[in-house]
Design a protein around this ligand. Structure first.
Ligand code: CA
Length: 384
């Protein structure tokens, strides 16, 4: 039976933050998002999300629209290949793939609703029904001393039950080293601590910092250097002992093929809303398993992207399988995001640092349309 796509809409949402925050190379006063809504001739609706500049993603989704209307909605792989093929010459990385990711996630949501099954079931799972989450936060504020407010923030995450936290660095090797030491002392020896430089270093700096803090039991060193320089990634892996993570700015099986064959990272972090959607990220995950490289999805958006990541996490293979195997972690962004959970009728929350995989049909979420309308940008200039 064939059910065809009737309409495709891109919704651009935006909300001003109560307190602007920054990371190694940028600062923001708003959170934005591009949500994709696809409806079928049978009246079903699927939702997806694109990671990255919302207005630009929406423009690409709108360019996809005529190629999607009338297509068989359940043919996720076919549609992926068609769109990628049509835009391949200028779209191998970046916005074409982030927009395609949102479309693909919406189609999986639709497929699950059509078959009345969770996405993870259609993908052959579940291997797990809940995931251990780590807290992402520690962004820089316009005033105050990070040695004070960042340390208090991570202490809060430990109190909430998170078994691991990720610290933003990339503000200078010496200052970062002092902050890392203070955070390790504050959270004690048993809570996981990861570092994220948002590619704020060159290889020399990253190697110096990695060696300097290696004795503080660091889980991984994320995006030490710019994503388009895998040579520097290889240098950082060779030059210091902390496992190197990255990949939130990498795309498709072809992009990750280079990461894997060059063994540029110990842990890859494709964003389901950026690297090609659920269709492509399952392929990338299987490739990573074949190379013996860990997979921890990058998550930084609304509850829709979070639900997509959880459905994928539910099927990520153990590598190696053993009586107590290593489990993938869920990135749980704790920074201010006014519509992260508001777009869902029932928010996805953690309990003592654990997050349950949704078990409803499709992505397992219900959209709060009033929230979409409330945060939707319409007819005015906005910041992408
Ligand atoms: Ca990151």
């Amino acid at each position: 039976m064939t059910v065809r796509i009737a309409d495709v809409k891109a919704h651009v949402l935006e909300a001003r933050l109560s307190q602007p925050f920054g990371w190694s190379f940028n600062r923001t006063e708003v959170r934005t998002g591009c949500l994709v809504e696809i409806t079928t001739e049978s009246g079903d609706t699927g939702w997806g999300e694109c990671f990255g500049p919302a207005q630009l993603n929406a423009a690409v989704v709108n360019a996809f629209r005529p190629h999607l209307i009338g297509e068989p909605a359940l043919a996720t792989d076919l549609i992926w290949q068609k769109l990628y093929g049509l835009f391949r010459d200028q779209g191998q990385k970046g916005l074409v793939v982030t927009a395609l990711s949102g479309v693909d996630i919406a189609l999986w949501d639709l497929k699950g609703k059509w078959f009345e099954a969770p996405v993870w079931q259609l993908m052959g799972g579940p291997l797990r029904r809940q995931v251990s989450a780590y807290a992402t936060g520690t962004y820089r504020l316009d005033s105050g001393d990070p040695l004070d407010y960042v340390v208090r923030e991570v202490e809060g995450y430990v109190k909430q039950g998170f078994s691991a936290v990720k610290l933003k660095i990339g503000f200078g090797v010496e200052d970062d080293a002092v902050l890392i030491k203070a955070v390790r002392e504050a959270i004690g020896p048993h809570v996981g601590l990861m570092l994220d430089a948002n590619h704020g270093f060159d290889a020399v700096e990253a190697i110096r910092l990695g060696n300097h803090v290696a004795n503080l039991n660091i889980g991984w060193f994320e995006e030490p250097v710019v994503p388009d320089d895998l040579g520097s990634y290889c240098e950082v892996r060779r030059g210091q002992p902390i496992p190197v993570a990255g990949g939130e700015c990498e795309f498709t099986r072809w992009g990750f093929r280079e990461v894997l064959t060059r063994r540029a990272m110990d842990i890859i972090q494709p964003d389901t809303c950026a690297a090609g959607g659920l269709t492509e990220c399952k392929k990338i995950a299987d490739m990573a398993a074949a190379f013996g490289i860990r997979y921890v999805p990058h998550v930084w958006g609304t509850g829709i992207g979070l639900a997509a990541a959880l459905n994928l996490l539910a099927v990520l293979p153990h590598n190696p399988p053993r009586l107590s195997p290593l489990e993938p972690l869920l990135e749980f962004d704790r920074s201010e995001h006014p519509f992260r959970q508001a777009v869902l009728s029932r928010p996805i929350e953690h309990a003592d640092g654990m997050v349950a995989v949704p078990d409803g049909p499709g992505l397992g979420i219900t959209i709060n349309r009033a929230a979409i309308d409330r945060f939707k940008v319409s007819g005015r200039e906005n910041i992408a």
